[in-house]
Design a protein around this ligand. Structure first.
Ligand code: PRX
Length: 656
């Protein structure tokens, strides 16, 4: 099927509906109506039913400091207690919480009881080394049980964690440690991915040596690969020595519902990544509700979210959501293409995965692999354990949706295309599998209680059938609370004056179907790119490029890419002459490596073009729309009469 063929509607299968947590459209509408009638009462009811509180809250939503909203703020609870202890108290102590599969295929299991001991010992060690409630701890670890343990241990003692994706560079790690003012860093000697052993501690050492990380008192090093690594006396300690002799139980710190559970840095439209600050109570509520309603999680399910704990998806749908529901989940260290591109399908077969959640980029690359090599085609595997599929991170094109539906879901499993963001904490617009008729490529309807809408530039809500700017009309429990250390930027980014500070601006464009009101996300409306489901700011990449000694100026735009959704395309003006031929090729490689070093490999531009200048308006503004046309290889239809030097368009049109 091509992406432009007219789309079929897929009704929820009757046997799914009959057992689903939210069953049928009437049940969905009843929840929406309840929220409409009594917004605070609706969320209060859910927070009481789905979370365990040490001190029950009496206040639900405080809007007095809008847009700095507070939820359940006089209540106290602990996330780690909700994720571990309460499951043990409910008789699930022996149940497998985590099935860990390493890169080389070794499998280990962690029960809820084991998890309590591992988290408690690490939490006690953190306390003994002086980490207190509210201190920030940076976690720079590969996909591992230890990663989850470290996050849960921070939550247990009320320390605020900030996980930095293992693919980020020393400079990026340094900037995040510095911005958060972290007191402790947790890392590993290295990581195993795709049969290779890659260093991590040396990058952490480089980050700390860059300066600005003086707040770090201690570095805990988990030995994953066994690679030699330098240990600085007095500062660095191996994980096993850190936890040695620590007690098997740690009393949870009962924190206020608004206590910051974590910071997670994400790209915005200006150069500096922002530390998205999440709460304890509201965040956890949405993690639990979406696990139960979107993923319909049942006691016997084996849940697998393939994200990395370095992204928000790995926070909500690995470190917290599945555990808070007493689920069994897979944590996978490796990559989908090692030892071959049948790895995911083999793991689903072996572990009898029933709910599978991945990104469109992964699906598209596995389609390509299956078409090229018959032995890795999913038809070679028994995928009958699957009952529900999910997609996240970027728009899923209808052709990929159909392949996923037919080849992975056996035309039997609903697909939940979940639209959300680092800032939203959990799903915002998504099908519910026992409710929503599915249309490939559409994320369908808001999660019950979420009031999403499409508006024009003045903030006026548009009729269905029209495209515009995606907003959320009311605060919701799991929303971002602040940008760490930058309240002004928080207001400007998410509650801009253009909308009288009344609407949450997601930063995406969307359309609504004229008949069904279904939402379809059309992509970012700011200078943020989405490459393989990873958010990258164009200005961040531009700053990295101009930090190269030979670069005078750079402009970065996105262009559509069949595999990665969007690809990074950079237009560069060098100091000195414009290179050609082999010199240009070498320069491209140098610049790609430079960006990789500055930010991380995910930010390397796929396409770099050199010009003697960049196209600018008379007032000196770079004509980005024109660059986007050039990047796509389209005819330039914009007015170019104001260009100083139209010949540069020809230079920039040509790749090397
Ligand atoms: O553009 C939207 C896209 O990813 C952005 C959020 O990126 P991030 O904060 O890194 O979080 C990704 C994982 C939740 C959004 O602004 N996006 C996310 N999910 C979808 C999506 N676009 C279309 N469809 C989705 N299901």
């Amino acid at each position: 099927m091509s992406d432009t063929q007219s789309l079929q509607v897929f009704q929820p299968p009757a046997d799914f509906v009959s057992q689903a947590a939210i069953s049928g459209m009437e049940a969905y509408r009843a929840l929406c109506a309840e929220a409409e009638r009594d917004y605070a009462g609706y969320w209060a009811r859910l927070a009481r039913e789905h979370l365990s509180w040490k001190v029950p809250f009496t206040r639900t939503l405080d809007e007095s400091q809008a847009p700095f909203f507070k939820w359940f703020d006089d209540g106290r609870l602990n996330v780690s207690y909700n994720c571990i202890d309460r499951n043990i108290e409910a008789g699930l102590g022996e149940k497998t919480a985590i099935i860990f599969e390493s890169d080389d295929g070794t499998v280990s299991r962690v029960s809820y009881k084991d998890l309590l001991v591992r988290v408690s010992r690490f939490a006690n060690a953190l306390k003994a080394s002086g980490v207190k409630k509210g201190d920030r701890v940076v976690i720079y670890l590969p996909m591992s049980v230890e990663g989850v343990v470290a996050m849960q241990a921070c939550a247990r003692i009320g320390a605020t964690h900030s996980v930095v994706f293992g693919g980020f560079s020393a400079q990026s790690l340094r900037d995040r440690i510095n911005d958060a003012g972290a007191v402790l860093l947790i890392t590993s000697d290295g990581q195993c991915r795709g049969g290779k052993s890659l260093p991590l501690k040396p990058i952490a050492d480089e980050a700390l040596a860059l300066g600005g990380c003086e707040s770090i008192m201690k570095v805990v090093v988990w030995q994953r690969t066994g690679a030699e690594c330098a240990m600085q006396a007095g500062r660095d300690v191996f994980w096993q020595d850190f936890v040695a002799g620590r007690a098997d139980f740690c009393e949870p710190e009962w924190v206020e519902a608004e206590h910051p559970l974590f910071l997670l840095y994400t790209s915005g439209s200006t150069g500096k990544p922002k530390g998205v600050q999440h709460s304890t109570g509201g965040y956890l509520l949405h993690a639990v509700l979406t696990m139960k309603w979107t993923f319909d999680l049942k006691p016997n399910d084996v849940f697998w979210c393939t994200a990395d704990i370095g992204w928000v998806t790995g926070h909500t749908y690995i470190a917290y959501g599945p555990l808070a529901c007493g689920g069994t989940q897979i944590v996978f260290e490796g990559v989908p293409t090692f030892p071959d591109a049948g790895r995911f399908w083999k793991m689903i077969q072996e572990h009898k995965v029933s709910v599978f959640y991945t990104a469109p980029t992964a699906i598209r690359s596995l389609i390509k692999a299956a078409e090229a090599t018959a032995t890795v085609h999913p038809r070679n595997y028994d995928l009958s354990s699957l009952r529900l599929l999910g997609s996240v991170g970027e728009p899923i094109n209808p052709a990929a949706w159909m392949w996923y539906y037919e080849n992975i879901g056996g035309s039997r499993c609903p697909i939940v295309d979940t639209f959300w963001q680092t800032e939203t904490g959990g799903h915002m617009i998504t099908p519910l599998p026992g409710v929503t008729p599915l249309v490939p490529g559409s994320c369908t309807l808001p999660f019950p209680g979420i009031q999403a809408a499409i508006v024009d530039e003045t903030g006026t809500e548009l009729d269905w059938g029209k495209g515009g700017i995606l907003v959320v009309k009311r605060p919701w429990p799991s929303m971002i609370r602040n940008i760490w250390g930058d309240a002004e930027r928080f207001k400007k980014s998410y509650y801009p004056d253009d909308f009288n500070g009344q609407l949450y601006l997601a930063g995406d464009g969307a359309t609504r179907d004229a008949q069904t009101g279904y939402f379809t996300i059309t992509g970012r409306i700011d200078d943020v790119l989405n490459v393989s489901g990873h958010r990258m700011g164009t200005m961040e990449i531009e700053s990295a490029l101009v930090s190269h000694p030979l670069v005078a100026e750079a402009a970065v735009v996105g262009r559509p890419d069949d595999l990665t959704g969007e690809a990074i395309c950079a237009f560069v003006v060098l100091k000195g002459i414009r290179p050609e031929g082999d010199a240009a090729k070498k320069m491209i490689k140098d610049l790609q490596d430079h960006v990789g070093k500055q930010i991380g490999p995910i930010a390397k531009p796929k396409d770099i073009r050199f010009g003697e200048n960049l196209p600018k308006t008379r007032s000196g503004k770079i004509m980005r729309r024109l660059l986007r046309s050039l990047a796509k290889g389209e005819e330039v239809t914009q007015d170019t009469s104001t260009l100083e030097n139209p010949a540069i368009l020809d230079q920039l049109r040509r790749g090397v």
